[in-house]
Design a protein around this ligand. Structure first.
Ligand code: F6P
Length: 473
């Protein structure tokens, strides 16, 4: 038996240096957790995803690639992939599911490309599937996939997990009927459909009831071939990896460098992919209002803002980048001076050690998405604080706010209140910081990504075996 995991991105990176190409496996949280489950259950792991490299690169270099599991890239035609990924996945589903209906750019050609891409990936899975395998599908790129696999393998064990929010009925219904039905029927092909929170699970069941006319009993939908259970499975992080990194010599050196650079200042920090759902301008406006309201902090605080480039080919992302950069330069121009730059901005990714050094140097992490399925940055910040210092300011519109009860919650649109909460956070005494961090760490230590993956996969197996035992005589 094996686990077949499907996600848009493959857990590998390809580097070309001095005419030499190397392929390496990337050790993201998801890959590590699924691998750990597959080892415990004595199963092999095969990862299926869309290649962002040429077929010839793969053919020429795959033999020199050392990895812990099998990788099966799917090669999509450029135009098809553009319509599938840039348009339907990221300019229809991403926009709507994050409650930005006015950003939706629907067209039929993109929907057809989405269906074709799901079918191509289903064909690849069907090719490698053997009875007894568990199929684990990830995210909004593959909402149609479970049903397509089910049609070929009525007995398959299939789990589907959505990494982004699932919207309420009023938002979901905006899409044409044929699209809504395809997506919901697609998801119902799974034995288990998982979301980050119960709110999302409830939105999904409401959409299924209202659009497909099916009724659920105890979050289970019964269909002819199988039943589908719907549940909440909040994703998490590899807690120990972030916690232990605090003591890495390189992290200590980097932290000392930051401490020296900002020895007379408090550090506010945030890191996100560039995305309109992350509320980056909301937090910049709140920071500006904080400096105006509490001018005593001028020159005594710095906001280190890291933005990781993302989806640069999509218009709304380029537009957002310009809006953010204009805002940063306006704030620095209006409030800074020759000795002090209030917002220190970087539009690049940071490597793991630097990230830990930044997390563990920040007096405040300011995380203000206007909609977020989970937000792992919030969890990472807490885990990285082995010193039990720092304060987490977290948007109530992030799934993580439901779990991290000792965070100071903010509404990203309540600029004035965030300004006050930044002030409170910077003044919070150490024993209170410690108490809050300790409680959140205790929670995350036991609710890590390994538990998440293992809960999800064992419930998929359970749901499947229930159905297969419950045959009437
Ligand atoms: O949060 C959803 C998600 O698809 C993640 O799985 C992924 O890491 C992130 O967004 C980045 O998106 P993309 O793969 O489009 O760069």
């Amino acid at each position: 038996m094996k686990i077949i995991t499907i996600s848009y991105r493959l857990p590998l990176s390809i580097k070309k240096q001095n005419r030499k190409t190397t392929i390496t496996q990337t050790a993201g949280g998801l890959a590590t957790a699924v691998l750990s489950y597959s080892e415990k259950s004595n199963a092999n792991l095969t990862w299926v995803g869309v290649a962002d490299f040429e077929k010839s690169t793969w053919e020429n270099h795959k033999d020199g690639f050392s990895k812990n599991f099998e990788i099966e890239p799917v090669f999509l035609d450029k135009k098809l992939n553009k319509n599938f990924y840039n348009v339907f996945s990221n300019s229809v589903l991403w926009a709507l599911f994050h409650y930005f209906p006015s950003y939706m750019e629907y067209n039929d050609e993109a929907f057809e490309a989405y269906k074709t891409a799901n079918q191509i990936v289903a064909d690849k899975v069907n090719e490698i599937y053997e009875p007894g395998d568990i199929v684990w599908i990830h995210d909004y790129h593959f909402l149609g996939l479970a049903n397509l696999i089910r049609q070929q393998h009525p007995d398959a064990k299939i789990g589907f997990f959505l990494h982004i929010p699932f919207p309420n009925f009023e938002i979901f219904r905006i899409m044409p009927n044929k699209v809504k039905r395809y997506l919901l029927e697609g998801m119902l092909g799974a034995n288990l459909v998982g979301f980050h929170t119960w709110d999302n699970a409830i939105h999904f069941t409401e959409c299924v009831e209202k659009i497909l006319g099916l009724n659920q009993r105890g979050f289970v939908f019964s269909q002819d071939s199988h039943r589908t259970k719907v549940g909440s499975f909040p994703i998490s992080i590899d807690f120990d990896k972030f916690y232990d990194a605090y003591d890495k010599p390189n992290v200590i050196a980097l932290r000392n460098e930051i401490a020296e650079l900002y020895h007379d200042k408090k550090v506010i920090f945030s890191v996100d992919r560039l995305d309109y759902s992350k509320g980056i301008n909301n937090r910049l406006n709140a920071f500006e209002s904080f400096l105006e309201k509490f001018p005593e902090w001028k020159e005594k605080v710095v906001f280190l803002l890291v933005i990781v480039p993302s989806r640069e080919e999509i218009g709304k992302y380029g537009e957002r980048k310009r809006m953010i950069e204009n805002n940063i330069s306006r704030i620095n121009g209006a409030l800074g001076n020759y000795k002090w730059t209030p917002v220190v901005y970087q539009y690049q990714s940071v490597d793991f050690d630097k990230l830990i050094a930044l997390y563990s140097s920040a007096h405040v992490a300011l995380i203000s998405p206007v909609r977020d399925g989970m937000n792992l940055v919030a969890k990472e910040y807490v885990a990285a604080r082995k010193d039990l210092r720092g304060v987490l300011l977290l948007s109530v519109l992030a799934g993580a706010a439901k779990e991290l009860q000792e965070a100071i919650t903010i509404n990203p649109f309540d600029t004035e209140l965030i300004a006050e909460k930044i002030n409170l956070a910077l003044l919070m005494d150490e024993s209170e910081q410690e108490r809050r961090m300790q409680r959140m760490q205790n929670y995350l230590r036991t609710h890590d990504v390994f538990r998440w993956a293992s809960r999800f996969l064992s419930e998929t197996e359970e749901m499947h075996s229930h159905d297969n035992q419950a045959q009437p005589l």
